[in-house]
Design a binder for this molecule. Sequence first.
Ligand SMILES: [Zn+2]
Length: 303
Amino acid sequence: MIRFLAAVAVALFLAAGAAAREIAITFDDAPTADSATMTGEVRTQTLIAALKTAGIGQAAFFTVPRGRTRADLTRLEAYAGAGHIIANHSNTHRNLRDLTAEEYIGDIAAADAILKPMPGFRPWFRFPFLSEGETREKRDAVRTALRAMGYAQGYVTIDNYDWYLNSLANAAKKEGKPLNESALRDLYVETIVQAVEFYDAIALKTLGRSPRHVLLLHENDLAALYIADLATALRAKGWTIIAAEQAYKDPIAAIEPDTLFLGQGRIAAIARAQGMKPMELIHEREDEAVLDRLFNERVLAPR
Ligand SMILES: [Zn+2]
């Protein structure tokens, strides 16, 4: 009996291993401008230190290089020097819907020319706004061009509105409103952890397993201030934070879902291609009205 129970325990352990909860951290739009909270340079130094404290050895920074100054490029070099990856987020951050495929591919190539010589560079491309255009023809033309350029897609599996919470916090600071900083931290961490669980549940339903996830964040003040708290919260829920390079070795890296519902990331796109409804694939906190209410109630409320 004891031997049987031990065998069951081993089987359960292996099953848990097969459903390993693994996630990589990525930041878009680096290097971002000065804000009401901190300068870009301070943001970079704060974020690098926080990633180190959190034991996150390799995050990826999806970069928009056009118009960057020497100081901006120094920030990117600092990320690379700390072990992180620099990748392509286009040169001008346009939506593929607003350009022809040819113009858009030219914009990717322009960013590539600037970024390729940088230390830490990988030929990964992340679509601004996660938008692959409004037609299958455009989508497929860009997918084909990326392959021809030797690029992999820097897809995400966890979408969220971290950028909107960051903009609410900075707008309030600019207006001189007192912020409850610990409530802001808790709202940020809780919102992202919920998004992770939301998209992982969809993955379990559609793939039958938990893939190596890729979390979309932005290189913003909230990330710099609270990434270590987020890492602690994820680990408390059984998540392991892995290198971006490891995450992109998951089998879903080879899947280019045949859908135009791509703005919520790859898991949602795979689920949509399998027939799930869009409404079921968008987390409730990807809604500005919901975040406005939570921010007003919790962060601006008197202590
Ligand atoms: Zn972006």
